[in-house]
Ligand binder design. Structure first.
Ligand SMILES: CC(C)(COP(=O)(O)OP(=O)(O)OC[C@H]1O[C@@H](n2cnc3c(N)ncnc32)[C@H](O)[C@@H]1OP(=O)(O)O)[C@@H](O)C(=O)NCCC(=O)NCCS
Length: 201
């Protein structure tokens, strides 16, 4: 069953992210940071978040941004102290993460396109529940919401070596629009254009 992500689900979402997110730099910042991040993302009006629930267990989730730059600006504004504290302690342990954070800031500036604003940020399915259309279902649910909000494009950045995610996106009709290095790894930027549904009178 697909349903909206609730604050009570965040611990399960963080553990899915920590255990199964493909080669993520964010994971290195630490569990506490991830918890704050997902609570803040879920609280924002600039995001759409769903989970896939099976027998009362969260087995997958998706987070999307209506406007990635605005979403992250809001996260910093609202949860500044908590974020900075957890970032500070992770930087003490892993100073090189500062470069990742600076590059992430540059990505937000660069990826900000006048026309395209919505972006799929994270999607993870527990390995035991994969290859049964759950990721497809979560993405389609987000796209349906975006249509209702009169968006007509969504983008997503994926590591080139993430074979499963690239297959999933191409299978759904996402088109490759750019390829670039981000934190020393080759990334692919996809876009999916759909027809926005006119809002009901
Ligand atoms: C990528 C991921 C979300 C796919 O989840 P999933 O539930 O298995 O995907 P679905 O079952 O909805 O697959 C839909 C389509 O994607 C493709 N696909 C998914 N996993 C695939 C794999 N391992 N190999 C090849 N194709 C795959 C298939 O074309 C499939 O369509 P089909 O069933 O008509 O053949 C999952 O592998 C995952 O959680 N990976 C780790 C996290 C991650 O990398 N997230 C993406 C970062 S952007």
């Amino acid at each position: 069953m697909i349903r909206p992500l609730l604050t009570k689900d965040v611990s399960q979402v963080v553990s899915l992210y920590e255990n199964y997110m493909f080669d993520s730099e964010l994971k290195k910042i630490g569990e506490k940071f991830l918890y704050l991040l997902f609570v803040a993302i879920n609280d924002s009006n600039y995001s759409i978040n769903y989970v896939y629930e099976e027998n009362s267990k969260v087995v997958g989730f998706i987070s999307a941004a209506l406007n990635t730059k605005k979403l992250f600006e809001e996260l910093l504004r609202k949860s500044k102290l908590a974020f900075l504290r957890s970032l500070f302690f992770s930087l003490l342990k892993r100073p090189y993460l500062l470069f990742f954070m600076l590059e992430f800031g540059c990505y937000l500036q660069k990826a900000q396109h006048k026309r395209i604003k919505a972006e799929l940020l994270f999607i993870v399915i527990d390995p035991q529940y994969r290859k049964s259309g759950r990721a497809k279902g979560l993405i389609n649910t987000v796209v349906t919401d975006l249509k209702k909000m009169s968006h007509n494009t969504v983008r997503v950045l994926v590591l080139k070596k993430n074979w499963a995610a690239n297959h999933l996106l191409r299978n759904l009709g996402f088109c490759l629009v750019n390829e670039f290095k981000f934190f020393n790894k080759q990334n692919l930027l996809y876009e999916y254009v759909f027809n926005a549904k006119a809002p009901q009178p």
